[in-house]
Design a protein around this ligand. Sequence first.
Ligand code: C2E
Ligand code: CA
Ligand code: CA
Length: 669
Amino acid sequence: MKSMNYTFKENALFQSKLIDIAYKNLLPMLFVNVAAAFGAAWTVASGGHVWAWAWLCLMCALSAIRLFDWVRYRSSTKSRSPTGPSKLAYWQQNYGVGLCASAILWAVLACGVIDREASYSGSVARYTLVIIISALAGGATGVTAAMKSQGRLYITILLLPASLALAIFSSVDVIIAALGLIFLVVMLVTHSNNHNVLRQSLDLEHDNISLIADLKDLNGTLESKILDRTRALKEIAHNDVLTNLPNRRGLMEWAKALMKDHSNLSVAVMFLDLDRFKQINDALGHDIGDRVLVNVSGQINKQLPPGAILARWGGDEFVVAMPLAAAEPNIVQYLCDRIIGAVNHPFVLNGETIRLGVSIGLAFYPDDDKSFTDVIHAADLAVTEVKRTERGRALSYSETYAEVQRRRYDLSRSLAQAIGTDELTLVYQPVISATTGRVVAHEALARWNHPSLGAISPEEFIKLAEDTDKIVALGEWALYQACKDATGWGKGGAQIKIAVNASIKQLVHSQFDLKVIQILNQTGLSPARLEIEVTESLFDDEYLEPVLRCVKNLRELGVEVHIDDFGTGYSSLSRLHRFPVTAIKVDRHFINDIDADGRVIVESAVMIARRFGFEVIAEGVETIEQARILYELGVDKFQGYYFGRPQAEASHHSFDTLWVSETAIAQAM
Ligand code: C2E
Ligand code: CA
Ligand code: CA
């Protein structure tokens, strides 16, 4: 047992707990004492010592005083006034005096019955008395365990004088005297042991309480920090730095203010997605790409009538919102045509002729939805449809709605049939140790090649599978396939782990832990090589208990459990210490933003991870500069395009640890 270092305040608390325990035991002790006193007085009086009745009166009076003391103590603790050191000493003293006075009375009784002549009734009285006193001393090893010296003194006064007197004055009772002395030693040792056990359990309790308080503190500050930063990341300002247009937040603020002032307002929302921008960006570089965006947004802005707003939604996506006075749908179509015309117009930048195009999705507030955000989403869906079918035109949500629904329906049906066929495959993306540059795991990612529609993005079909609960079957297939593939990685890959994504629905609905055991048995993969990635939805109140049980069972099996997309789900940290997870994977958006706010998230993640004893993985690492910063922040593992894109064949080759700086190497040597 480690010894605790208490502060003065903690020490007082400790003492007051001991006194409290002692007083809690006082009432039963008094009962036993009075009952024993009656029995003893009767026996002793029967042996011819009538004065024993007077002794009984004294003992009853003393017990009454001690009872009164107990009542006073209880009422003083009920008032919950702070217990200062002087108060503690006071109660300790009261308790001790009562205890010793009682022991002295017993000793007097015992010595009083000592008799040189061994009459039969005298012997019976002495035997009975020694039994009673020994029983009291035995009981005291427990009930007075909280008070070290007082308890020991009590036991000693009870047994020692009587035993000595018997040994010295009564020639016939030496055996009882010897027994009394042996009892005394045993009782003292037992009392001391009980006292130590009690102290240790209080120490443990104190340790637990302070640990929990520490965790609460840590969680509190980190959680609010992460919440703040996540929010800040999303809402950093109302303006986009590059184009100086309002960003998403700015657009929402604009809509909010507009709707506050005009209740019966209609708003047309145009979701603009540039065509061919990605090729220009890839071919001519990010600097030119940025200038193209500035130029194009300026051109679009010039087309807008007064009252309309242009916002940058992100990347090469823009949103135009225009309040509509009366029935003016024609003006919307006219505006779309003007925008398309302006963007299509080629322009020269750095000697290069730039030819862009734009696809537009249209939706109307409040006709298409009562929420402005959902209207933007509807316009976004419409533009996806434009890009999928015929780019460079404008299409309204109502026209595409039926089509979108049909696509969802068709995809959902074909997905059910695709599971288990070669339409669905897995690709593998390496996870690298930040310290050695070696591949330590591969993450399995699902791909769907639809026979007629071609490759469907995981974003689309995983979401669809989630919405329609097909994710359980899909996830089981992926788990089985990944485990099976991993067993065939040969010599170079025999130690490499396999990370498989699991939806929270799998953990809740199916008996996931049993499924994992079954698949491990079928494929022969060692549990230690399997990592299950679950998002922060794991911590949702809704399914806390079954999920916690499942995670614990997986950990007992030896399977690792990682938190995926860390930082995107809100307010999960207070749950983290309840879950025996082995790693957290910081979401790629924060890595992308590592130069700014993402850094705080990574820092916090590392801090939490060190506290709870798990690892931090950074996903979406695209450059060596990011790797360097992440390494310096203490991230344990990397994953991202810099190290390898997801590929059909898992590749195990190591990387030179170029992100480790010279100074770090020098320090390590
Ligand atoms: P995830 O688990 O967060 O997987 C990482 C995603 O980030 C993958 O997208 C990966 O291709 C992408 N990525 C990796 N490195 C980089 C990088 O350096 N930069 C950028 N920009 N992206 C990078 P992917 O394959 O499209 O998967 C999307 C999501 O679909 C996954 O996100 C995962 O949540 C889900 N998913 C995929 N397969 C499964 C599966 O078998 N079961 C379940 N439940 N979900 C799956
Ligand atoms: Ca993942
Ligand atoms: Ca992720």
